[in-house]
Design a binder for this molecule. Structure first.
Ligand code: ATP
Length: 323
């Protein structure tokens, strides 16, 4: 039976926003499918945040329509609309005099959810975001590190289990190591896979790591909209090509699978020790390089491959696969 494409949860049509004479969002039309993560990417000032804020009516557009779950957002009161959409921003915006648990419980409280249900959900979310409730639930935001505050911000956005989540540079204020850790926790949250997510970033690696599709914007216009691999390998124009140029090799490693490099591996040298970890052919070259660096095993197997290979053999094969 053919796959039935999921219905769009967000449908944007001819959206336009001007600030004075400047057209910041320029006649954009696109859809986001249920369960999809769409990343809005582009240079500073290209209109990413403005576009995101029109989706929950923090900014009112000058033209066009936005439907969420089939309803025009203008038919809903902004406050009611926002209670049904999770929203995470770089500055986190936790209420300073509320504890962590009270901050996470704000939206479920406004929605009239039973207190016991909210308390249980809060504990569950905090635990899953590596903030043990016994230690963190009673703390105030000022007592937390930036990474911990950002995790509370994510828990707060997820607390009422909204089907749509908007995130504006959610990891932007963090140092690179904390940023990678919070991003990993974010990626591994099961329930986010079921949600429709729109995320703003100007970090290319982040976009490739998280996106099902990337919308690359410039001057309020879509330059290309598609899976990360397509933007890298089939750029629609020179802007798209140039945008990824500086990080091309690292991005190629992310979009190239082990199955694609396997035919180019030259298995030679001494026999490999037993017990090397195995990765599926669908894993990326980048994942394999990270694993070889992490474990220090020196070798790994590609499922279906004849024998384990080294980092050197993998990189040489990757080079040959790129031609
Ligand atoms: N309230 C406002 N009044 C006037 N101009 C604005 C306003 N908000 C945004 N702009 C302008 O609109 C343009 C797009 O801003 P926006 O914040 O959407 O960009 P962005 O792509 O998110 O940028 P960044 O990555 O730097 O956050 C910028 O030129 C900005 O100066």
């Amino acid at each position: 039976m053919p796959d039935i494409p999921p219905l769009p949860v967000i449908r944007v049509s001819h959206l336009t926003k001007r600030f004075g004479a400047q057209v910041v969002v320029d006649d954009l039309s696109f859809e986001v499918a249920a369960g999809e993560t769409l990343v809005l990417l582009g240079p500073s000032g290209c209109g990413k945040t403005t576009l995101l804020k029109t989706l929950n009516r923090l900014i009112e557009p000058d033209g066009g329509t936005i439907e969420i779950n089939g309803r025009d957002v203008r038919q809903q009161a902004p406050e009611a609309l926002r209670r049904g959409i999770g929203y995470v921003i770089q500055q986190v915006g936790l209420l300073p005099h509320y504890t962590v648990a009270q901050n996470v419980g704000v939206v479920p409280g406004l929605l009239g959810r039973p207190a016991a249900e909210t308390a249980a959900r809060t504990i569950e979310l905090l635990e899953r975001l590596h903030l043990p409730a016994a230690r963190f639930a009673g703390m105030l935001p000022a007592q937390l590190s930036g990474g911990q505050q950002q995790r509370v911000g994510l828990a707060r956005a997820l607390a009422a289990d909204p089907p749509v989540i908007l995130l504006d540079e959610p990891f932007g204020a963090l140092d690179p190591i904390t940023r990678a850790a919070v991003r990993r926790d974010f990626r591994e949250l099961d329930e986010l896979r079921r949600k429709t997510v729109v995320l703003v970033t100007h970090d290319v690696t982040e976009a490739f790591e998280l996106a099902d599709r990337i919308m690359l914007l410039n001057n309020g216009k879509i330059q290309q909209l598609g899976p990360p691999r397509d933007l890298l390998l089939q750029p629609a124009n020179d802007f798209v090509r140039r945008f990824f140029q500086a990080e091309r090799l690292a991005l190629q490693m992310r979009v190239t699978t082990l199955a694609e490099v396997l035919p180019f591996v030259e298995f030679d040298g001494p026999p490999a020790p037993a017990g090397a970890p195995t990765l599926p052919g669908t894993a990326s070259v980048q994942a394999a390089v990270a694993l070889l660096g992490d474990t220090g095993t020196g070798h790994l197997c590609i499922a279906g491959g004849p024998q384990p290979l080294t980092l050197g053999q993998l990189l040489a094969a990757f080079g040959r696969a790129l031609g």
